[in-house]
Design a protein around this ligand. Structure first.
Ligand code: GLC
Length: 481
């Protein structure tokens, strides 16, 4: 099968979060399984994309808002990433360093609609002009959710009507909502079907994708169930379309995330050398952050936003400190500016107990997974979560709230075959209690070492879930007329 992923992110070319990791790994695993998968991405000016060699492939024009815009397509060869990466240049829209946010101002780019609408049209325009059409088009989140709509409705893309489309929702909070009249920017379609684009009197890209994709997936079964109850206003629509939905849990790229070979670590290690390996990494990490290495080290990595429960971290640290809980805490991430201020102050008032780096830093993230004892994920909402997998692969015990993909993938240590620390309700008391349970485990050396070894051996690689996607693609192809 020939599978074309169209996405706003793809690691290592462009990553803002887990979506990038998924689109950077799944196509590689599909290729390993004998299929032909590739990715179409905007040609941003990220550091990685500025450095990499590309071949020029195609130049064309497409209609946008009644005008004709030019675009070009370049390719990164398959040997670089394990799949072909096609990059769409649209002058004035993507020749910037950020994906969604301007790194200089910290604000989202003002022309999100123009950027991602034009990217989606250009991607289809190019695919339309290629001789071999894909067997499946797989889109991700609202930035590419208009693709299934255009494949079905736009006269210009008639040839795509019979090609199955898949839309994966990595995050139902963001939906791509715009004023109703932006439909004018799209290539012509029958205006009697304008309603397909809309939800709540606005153009809603995610809603349009849910209505028109052949299959709608999310990144865990638990999250699919949650979305059917609450998808920020789209739950009713999802329930209506329930028969075409499925939850497939993400995996991780175990070549990139391998403590035995990871070039970013202070010391590589395996299950057999875990004690020494973790210890050396922990010392190096504690030197970088100003915290002592002899206490259990709890880390948080991720976007500092409500969804991830990051706003509970300051209260957690203050409470643990006040109660004299012997532990250290570190945070890596960026997000809500108000939370940045709070965390900065907290570093000053809790010297030697807490430290943070308020930045996006892939290298440091690897070092934190390797050097920490526990990784905290107190998410309010977690579609799948990948950090719990990375942590476990590096022998770090996850402390998670029971929600979405976290509930599906982390079993509490008190249960049969359990290995993590899970708390049920989103409140400070339960979170603090989980940290206390972690400290307890840390102090029972035998249990702690055994548990660390067990989690390193668990298989969360893409191998398992790739099979599920292949089955899904095949079932759609068999439905073609
Ligand atoms: C989003 C979700 C995260 C998920 C990732 C990849 O970032 O918040 O839970 O793992 O997408 O699907």
């Amino acid at each position: 099968m020939n599978i074309t992923h169209i996405s706003a992110e793809c690691y290592p070319a462009a990553k803002a979060g887990g979506l990038g990791d998924v689109v950077g790994a799944l196509p590689k695993y599909l290729n390993k399984a004998g299929d032909e998968a590739m990715v179409v991405l905007p040609y941003y000016q990220t550091d990685w994309l500025k450095e990499i060699d590309t071949d020029f492939i195609y130049e064309g024009t497409f209609p946008f808002d009644g005008k004709s815009l030019s675009f070009s397509v370049c390719r990164v060869e398959k040997k670089v990433l394990g799949f072909e990466l096609y990059l769409i240049s649209i002058p004035g829209r993507f020749d910037r360093p950020g994906i969604y946010i301007d790194p200089w101002s910290g604000h989202p780019y003002w022309d999100e609609m123009e950027r991602f609408f034009s990217f989606q049209i250009a991607a289809l325009e190019w695919l339309n002009n290629r001789q071999n059409k894909p067997d499946i088009i797989h889109c991700h989140d609202h930035h590419t959710a208009l693709v299934p709509f255009m494949m079905k409705e736009c006269f210009r893309f008639d040839e795509f009507k019979e090609i199955p489309s898949v839309l994966t929702i990595h995050n139902g909070e963001y939906q791509g909502k715009y004023p109703a009249d932006v439909y004018r920017t799209l290539p012509a379609f029958n205006l009697e079907n304008l309603g397909i684009l809309e939800w709540d009197k606005q153009v809603n890209c995610l809603a349009a994708g849910i209505k028109t994709a052949w299959k709608v997936t999310t990144v865990s079964e638990g999250y699919m169930q949650e979305l059917l109850d609450d998808c920020n206003g789209l739950e009713h629509l999802l329930r209506q379309e329930e028969q075409k939905t499925a939850g497939i849990v993400n995996g991780i790229d175990v070549d990139v995330w391998n403590p035995k070979t990871d070039p970013l670590l202070e010391k590589n290690f395996t299950v057999r050398s875990i004690v020494k390996g973790k210890d050396l990494n922990k010392h190096a990490l504690c030197d970088q952050f100003s915290v002592p290495a002899d206490r259990p080290l709890f880390a948080f990595i991720g976007r500092l936003v409500r969804e991830k429960g990051a706003d509970m971290i300051p209260d957690l640290i203050t409470t643990c400190h006040n109660r004299g809980i012997e532990a250290s805490f570190i945070v890596l991430g960026t997000g809500d500016p108000a939370l940045h201020d709070i965390l900065r102050k907290l570093v000053d008032t809790h010297v030697g107990y807490f430290d943070s780096r308020l930045e996006y830093n892939e290298k440091l993230a690897h070092q934190i997974y390797a050097g920490s004892d526990f990784l905290m994920m107190p998410s309010r909402v977690e579609p799948c979560g990948l950090n719990q997998f990375y942590a476990m692969r590096y022998g770090t015990i996850p402390v998670v709230r029971k929600t979405g993909g976290l509930a599906d993938t982390v079993i509490d240590i008190s249960e049969p075959n359990g290995y993590g620390i899970v708390f049920k309700n989103f409140n400070l008391e339960e979170f603090v209690e989980s940290v206390e349970r972690g400290v307890d485990v840390f102090n029972q050396k035998e249990l702690f070492e055994k548990n660390r070894k067990e989690i390193m051996k668990l298989d969360f690689s893409w191998n398992r879930s790739t099979e599920k996607y292949i089955e899904l693609y095949k079932s759609l192809i068999s439905k073609q007329i």
